[in-house]
Write a protein that binds this ligand. Structure first.
Ligand code: CAA
Length: 240
């Protein structure tokens, strides 16, 4: 039986790339999404990967959603915490709501998704928790106090989970993508984006498949001794 992987935010952007790459590697994949029904339907039609709608910011919805996924596919053995949003604004203009929305999805969402799945992973003595952080969680970013805090928090969660899960055969690792050619980065004003690309020694944005590859590697059985690590994939823009 193939292992079951659940990818949050798995029908668009980096998440869609991860869902597809895991399926191609033989996993039984479910993709969660929160809002864009049209994109999710198109994604399922294209890939055959089932999509499940709920917000990772809502703990009870996560419990219910995971139950549905497990009833259809079986116990989740690989969880990819990918769902993430931006609400960029310089700090003096950032509203409490912009702070909360980003923390609720990008950081609390990781708690909400991992917490219900964790006991089963402990019982079965196997699990992979792969969390998509960001270069901006490592270095901070102008206009992203909220996002950088959430993504830095994800690294703290990952390193702590790694220590708790290790003796149960569970690994928790993070991937820190740099600037990848997705809708999220394309939403940055063009002039700003040009300035960002100028700071990337590779001279280009990253591609989704270059992040998906990292997730497939971390999900594999023989990545079992890699635990609490961070893979940076950023075209040499930042080292930590
Ligand atoms: N560093 C220093 N100064 C900067 C700056 C930067 N990176 N970006 C903008 N500024 C300056 C501007 O030059 C401007 O200065 P002046 O007022 O002196 O002209 C000022 O900051 C901007 O002030 P505004 O009042 O015009 O700002 P705004 O309220 O219109 O907000 C913005 C604009 C939200 C900051 C917009 O520029 C923006 O979206 N910037 C991109 C932020 C960013 O990089 N986000 C990353 C998104 S991708 C992602 O998050 C994925 C990932 O994980 C990598």
């Amino acid at each position: 039986m193939s292992r079951v992987a659940l990818v949050t935010g798995g029908s668009r952007g980096i998440g869609a790339g991860i869902s597809k790459a895991l399926k191609e590697s033989g996993y039984s994949v479910a993709a969660n999404y929160a809002g864009n029904d049209e994109a999710a339907a198109a994604f399922t039609k294209e890939t055959g990967i089932p999509t499940f709608k709920w917000s990772v910011a809502d703990y009870d919805a996560c419990v219910e959603g995971i139950k549905k996924v497990e009833a259809e596919l079986g116990p989740v053995e690989i969880l990819v915490n990918n769902a993430g949003i931006t609400r960029d604004a310089p700090f003096h203009k950032m509203t409490p709501e912009q702070w909360r929305e980003v923390i609720d999805t990008n950081l609390t969402g990781v708690f909400n998704m991992t917490h219900p799945i964790w006991p089963g992973m402990r019982e079965r003595k196997f699990g992979r928790v792969i969390t998509i952080s960001s270069i901006n969680g490592q270095k901070g970013q102008f206009a992203q106090v909220n996002y950088a805090a959430s993504k830095a928090g994800d690294l703290g969660v990952t390193r702590s989970l790694a220590q708790e899960g290790a003796r149960f055969g569970i690994t928790a690792n993070a991937i820190c993508p740099g600037y990848i050619a997705t809708d999220m980065v394309m939403a940055v004003p063009e002039k700003v984006r040009e300035g960002i690309i100028a700071q990337i020694p590779a001279g280009r944005l990253g591609e989704v498949h270059e992040i998906a590859r990292c997730a497939v590697f971390l999900a594999s059985d023989d990545a079992g001794f890699i635990n609490g690590s961070t893979i940076s994939a950023n075209g040499a823009q930042y080292f930590s």
